[in-house]
Design a protein around this ligand. Structure first.
Ligand code: ATP
Ligand code: MG
Length: 494
């Protein structure tokens, strides 16, 4: 493998060197010919026009490749009837070089490298020189004064220029990419580009040389300058279009990201529907069937009514949670009735309500009350929900024999409430998303039932009270959820 790769590399550099040297050799020869380019002002006009045209070349991004329409070679070609093939080589190379020097590199269509400059100079010089020779040869045969002598040489020069360029390029591509590259496939792909570049070269070259011959220097300049300028305007337009396209790409990327997030949420929502809602529904349906078949069973087993009630409550809770979250996330929000609330007493009641659950799991519930009576400013019902969610999580996700601690502290304008447990903790990769809707730690799913809405609701409610919620957790060590809520200060109006 490595031998053949080296071979490819070696022949690639040999080819690159050959084309570059041949082309640069032609260019050097053409520099020596400059004194013979008479009238000099025509030569300078064509040189100037070609440089302006080259600088205004517009690249259209098509797929991953860029397509470039070049007017400069056609302008350079107009020099053939006046000064012969060396002048064309010089003008084309000077135009290409000025572009290389002045145009900053960009990632998509234009990369600057010495290797590229050398090869391009060589390739263009060879193509131009061959085009010039074929032009002169055919005009010699057909005669400059005949109609064929006016048309065929231009067409031939255009075809020769295009094909020499293309095949030299295919050569280097084949050597750098190996046998996977199909030369004929590339040629076929370029067919439609040829349909544009060949007439552009032939008609442009012919028209410009004809105008200069017929109307002199000024005629040529006045005729061709607008064409070059409009090509420049086209370039500006393409640039702006490219800007818009980049912008669109960003917008699409953002939207795709949002859409992916929404789809994830939808999947999680469906999981809740299918898992958490289906279980109580199936249970209700099973017991309803039994009752239909044997209604008197209710007398023997009155607990069936309790099963209905429990399942109905579970379903109602899920539905209410979803609806509340929706409400909290709309602009109107949930209607909060703010009061002066004694925090020690409220937490005390929640702790009491969760004691049976903690007792069952032999979990110690410790409430560190603040000695001073403290008051928060908030909605009693909603604050109870926050505390209930956080405390029930702490008990749910702490194994038997663990400890859950609640601490209340006075922070002046705010009151901090901390729920600390030494339970199973939250893995680091889940921690940043733990307040997202329907988010549950995969590993915890067997630990306790839940919908993954409790923390999302708690966060939304804390924020609706202008408070903050934070979490700190380590797997196997425990979790600490801490919230701060605005204190009720007697001078503050509610
Ligand atoms: P529910 O909607 O009934 O509250 P839930 O408890 O699963 O369901 P959240 O309260 O939103 O949902 O909690 C989300 C997830 O965060 C939980 O599923 C659990 O994996 C993890 N989690 C929450 N609190 C703790 C905690 N104290 N210790 C360890 N993991 C926790
Ligand atoms: Mg919960």
């Amino acid at each position: 493998m490595s031998i053949s790769f080296n071979k490819v590399k070696q022949s690639y550099f040999q080819y690159l060197l050959l084309v570059s040297t041949a082309g640069v050799g032609l260019l050097v020869l053409s520099i020596f010919q400059i004194p013979s380019f008479i009238p000099l002002n025509v030569f300078l006009l064509l040189l100037g026009l070609a440089i302006v045209a080259q600088l205004s070349t517009a690249s259209l991004p098509v797929g991953s490749e860029g397509i470039t329409y070049q007017v400069a070679p056609a302008i350079a070609a107009a020099a053939i009837p006046f000064f012969g093939p060396f002048a064309v080589v010089f003008i084309d190379a000077a135009a290409a070089l000025s572009l290389w020097i002045l145009k900053p590199a960009d990632e998509k269509t234009w990369k600057k490298s010495w290797e590229q400059l050398a090869f391009n100079t060589g390739m263009n010089a060879l193509a131009m020189f061959c085009a010039g020779l074929s032009f002169l040869w055919l005009r010699e045969i057909l005669g400059a004064e005949t109609v064929w002598g006016q048309l065929i040489p231009w067409l031939a020069a255009a075809v020769v220029h295009d094909q020499v360029n293309l095949w030299l390029l295919i050569g280097i591509m084949r050597l750098s990419q190996g046998r996977t590259l199909q030369p004929l496939a590339i040629w076929r792909e370029n067919r439609w580009a040829m349909a544009l570049s060949i007439p552009l070269f032939a008609i442009g070259g012919w028209l410009l040389s004809f105008t200069i011959q017929r109307f002199g220097l000024l005629g040529g300049a006045t005729f061709f300058l607008p064409i070059v300028l409009s090509s420049f305007a086209f370039r500006l337009y393409v640039r702006e279009m490219q800007g818009h396209m980049d912008n669109l790409e960003h917008i699409i990327a953002d939207r795709t990201h949002e859409l992916r997030k929404l789809m994830k949420e939808r999947d999680a929502f469906l999981a809740v529907l299918t898992h958490d809602m289906k279980t109580p529904l199936t249970s209700i349906s099973l017991y309803a069937d039994i009752l239909l078949r044997k209604p008197e069973i209710i007398l023997e087993k009155p607990e069936i009514a309790m099963i209905f009630k429990r399942n109905q409550k579970a379903l109602l809770e899920i539905v209410e949670n979803i609806l509340d979250l929706e409400k909290l996330q709309t602009d109107e929000g949930l209607q909060l009735t703010k009061d002066q609330l004694p925090i020690n007493q409220m937490i005390g009641e929640i702790v009491e309500s969760l004691e049976p659950m903690a007792f069952e799991k032999t979990i110690r519930l410790v409430f560190d009350q603040h000695l001073k009576p403290l008051y928060v400013c908030g909605d009693a019902q909603q604050l109870r929900r926050i505390f209930q969610n956080l405390l029930s999580n702490a008990v749910k996700y702490t194994p038997e024999g663990g400890e859950v601690r609640i601490e209340v502290s006075d922070q002046g304008e705010q009151i901090q409430i901390v729920f600390r447990d030494n339970g199973i903790g939250i893995p680091a990769e889940d921690l940043p998303y733990i307040f997202d809707r329907f988010r549950r730690v995969k590993k915890h799913e067997h630990q306790a039932v839940g919908t993954g809405l409790g923390l999302a609701i708690a966060k939304a409610l804390v924020e609706a009270h202008d408070g903050q919620i934070e979490v700190d957790s380590a797997e196997g060590v425990g979790s600490t959820f801490s919230i701060v809520l605005p204190a009720y200060l007697s001078e503050r109006s509610v």
